[in-house]
Design a protein around this ligand. Structure first.
Ligand SMILES: CC(C)(COP(=O)(O)OP(=O)(O)OC[C@H]1O[C@@H](n2cnc3c(N)ncnc32)[C@H](O)[C@@H]1OP(=O)(O)O)[C@@H](O)C(=O)NCCC(=O)NCCS
Length: 325
């Protein structure tokens, strides 16, 4: 029984930070940000709102959308690069907020590819009979790990969560094909240098601004286009689905130019590519499930449609999937 997304939910903190707001804080412009990235605004979690709060809000909505109750969830997987704490997992903090039973809950760290990594894990758990309903939530509070004086990174990211309940589907439904991979030799192109055990927090790490996102944007850009398009082509072939049969392409939303290049190389026109980057910025692991929830709410995603998703993120990690909702 193929693993199918049977419920979706998304959550964003209320405060919105527009490009115009950023113009007041740093040397940037709305025009630069929109043309280079496609972003117009992003949500920023206020103090007191934790990643696990966003996980809980999105998850409760996804469970309700699936027509289930919290006690019917067998496993919770949270994909995040911005956990509440290094340990325990964000999933543990979120578990009582969602009202789940004493089920296994854990985080996975695969950056922007996290949701698609989670979908593959959920499918394995369902296929093996170890679980019937797996809740996979991509959630980020990236605003807390940005250097707000670094204009080359702080304009790019936002906060939010998207959750999917994954359960057994009928023949021809659900996950048709999946691919994933990683190349850790490229880890230093995009990472948060301090805060782990290699460089624990100290006065020096704070003074040197090592607790924020460090990125070589141009290099990341090139690898993103290459791996997202290769993963897309490979997963389409594996599924036996032609590009023209894809009803909707929902890629990870890091930059409009990356998405255009990946869609072009995969042979999918932009009118079949669903975009949310303009309103959320790059929300890393949350971008695909948030986009799925919005696409369905807007009537762009209907039952039986064939969806292609592809993601790329720090690590570097990548993944792609062809699936039917
Ligand atoms: C970050 C990114 C938008 C930069 O765009 P770019 O077209 O490559 O721009 P560059 O880095 O070449 O910078 C061009 C100029 O804009 C400037 N600039 C950078 N950020 C700016 C900002 N927010 N506002 C105004 N100017 C800015 C640079 O300083 C540079 O100026 P210079 O030519 O005088 O040195 C782009 O590289 C990118 O999207 N990379 C991938 C990032 C990503 O997706 N990360 C997450 C992966 S999941």
């Amino acid at each position: 029984m193929p693993a199918k997304i049977i419920g979706l939910g998304r959550a964003v903190p209320d405060p919105v930070l527009t490009n115009r707001d950023l113009e007041q804080r740093i040397d940037t412009s709305d025009e630069w940000i929109r043309t280079r990235t496609g972003i117009s605004e992003r949500h920023v979690a206020p103090e007191g709102v934790d990643n696990s709060d966003l996980v809980a809000d999105a998850s409760r909505r996804a469970i309700e959308d699936a027509g289930l109750t919290a006690d019917q969830i067998d496993v919770l997987i949270v994909a995040t690069a911005t956990p509440d704490t290094v340990f325990p997992s964000t999933a543990c903090w979120a578990q009582p907020k969602i009202g789940l039973r004493e089920i296994p809950v854990f985080d996975i760290s695969a950056a922007c590819s996290g949701f698609l990594y989670g979908y593959a894990l959920a499918a394995s758990l369902i296929d093996s009979g170890r679980a019937r309903h797996v809740l996979v939530c991509g959630a980020e509070v990236l605003s807390r790990v940005l250097d707000w004086n670094d204009r080359s990174t702080c304009v790019l990211f936002g906060d939010g969560a998207g959750a999917a309940v994954i359960g057994p589907g009928a023949e021809g439904d659900g996950l048709l094909a999946h691919t994933w991979g990683a190349d850790g030799r490229l880890a230093e192109l995009l990472y948060q240098p301090a805060g782990g055990t290699r460089k624990p927090a100290s006065h020096e790490t704070v003074d040197e601004r090592l607790h924020s996102v460090h990125m070589q944007g141009n290099e990341v850009f090139k690898h993103a286009v290459r791996t997202m398009s290769q993963a897309s082509l490979s997963v389409l072939e594996q599924a036996g689905v032609r590009a023209e049969e894809v009803d909707l392409f929902i890629p990870h939303q890091a930059n409009i130019r990356i998405m255009k290049a990946a869609a072009d190389r995969a042979g999918i026109p932009m009118d079949r590519c669903y975009l949310v980057i303009q309103r959320y910025g790059n929300v890393s692991a949350a971008s695909i499930p948030m986009a799925l929830a919005d696409a369905r709410a807007e009537g762009r995603l209907e039952p039986g449609m064939t969806v292609l998703s592809a993601a790329f993120g720090a690590g570097f990690t990548w993944a792609a999937a062809v699936y039917r909702l």
